[in-house]
Ligand binder design. Structure first.
Ligand SMILES: [Zn+2]
Length: 278
């Protein structure tokens, strides 16, 4: 079975992780633009970062037979300074036509502030104008429910947004249902120490079904591990889930979502079906 990693920050990972992902049958990974573990001091630093994830990482990944894609954005953790953020957003369009750039992301909220919301909305506009995929970061821990609702209400009231082209990430039990009911994609991020574990992610899949659901491992600069994605596959197997359903979550669903961008070259093994929704 092939595996797609829909959200990972390979800039923070060693080549050993690419080797491991290759051995675990990962054929493609997507790197949304995000915080780099420190606040960048100039817009130019973002320009260099965007160049890195759209030019260098695809070449590094290709050595391990992995197709690397990315998204462009001013991330919510650095979006509090509106003028600074606008300087960054101003040069995002020059990256959008590159062959591996799928859309806008991670945009979203961190502390649910008014300024973060302004920058979120301006980047949604950029995506809507160009009909791009959007990858949304939802806040962690206590701010998650409130921040998710704020963005959901904004997008529902927008009028020009296609929910099918938008995925909310870092979803948990209490945020999945309202997003899918509104037609959006959801992804759950596994972390080895805090937040979602492989078992908890599989619990959520068992409660809500696999339609419009993805799983990612969020390899980044903190405690994280690309292998946790595969731990979730093992957990589904161990619980006796059908291979077809496992493949839907870890390969076909990413194909359905990402395949809406013609640059994404992988195709699902089966036509789309929502049979496992409960
Ligand atoms: Zn991320």
């Amino acid at each position: 079975m092939k595996v797609i990693e829909p959200h990972i920050h390979m800039i923070a990972r060693t080549t050993q992780d690419y080797e491991r992902m290759l051995r675990m049958h990962t054929v493609a990974c997507c790197e949304p633009a995000f915080w780099s573990g420190y606040d960048r001091t100039t817009p130019q630093a973002f320009h260099d970062y965007f160049t890195h994830i759209s030019e260098f990482e695809p070449k590094r990944a290709a050595q391990y037979l992995i197709q690397h894609y990315c998204y462009m954005a001013m991330n919510p953790k650095e979006a509090e300074d509106v003028e600074f953020s606008r300087e960054v957003i101003a040069f995002i369009p020059e990256f959008l036509d590159k062959p591996t750039v799928l859309g806008i992301g991670e945009i979203g909220l961190n502390l649910n502030t008014k300024n973060e919301m302004i920058i979120f909305a301006e980047q949604v506009e950029l995506a809507v104008q160009r009909k791009l995929l959007v990858w949304i970061h939802t806040p962690h821990l206590k701010d998650k429910l409130k921040g998710t609702k704020m963005m959901l209400e904004y997008l529902k009231g927008h009028g020009g947004v296609d929910p099918e082209k938008i995925c909310f990430d870092h979803c948990e039990e209490h945020t999945v249902k309202m997003l899918r009911d509104a037609g959006f994609w959801t992804s759950m991020t596994i972390y080895p120490v805090t937040k979602n574990s492989p078992a908890r992610v599989v619990d959520t899949l068992e409660v809500y079904g696999i339609d419009h659901m993805m799983v990612d491992a969020s390899g980044d600069w903190g405690p994280s591990d690309p292998g946790t994605l595969h731990d979730a596959i093992v957990e589904m197997r161990r619980r006796g889930h059908e291979d077809e359903h496992i493949e839907t979550v870890f390969y076909n669903n990413p194909c359905y979502f990402l395949g809406q961008c013609e640059k994404f070259k992988f195709r699902s093994t089966r036509p789309r079906d929502a049979a496992w929704r409960v």
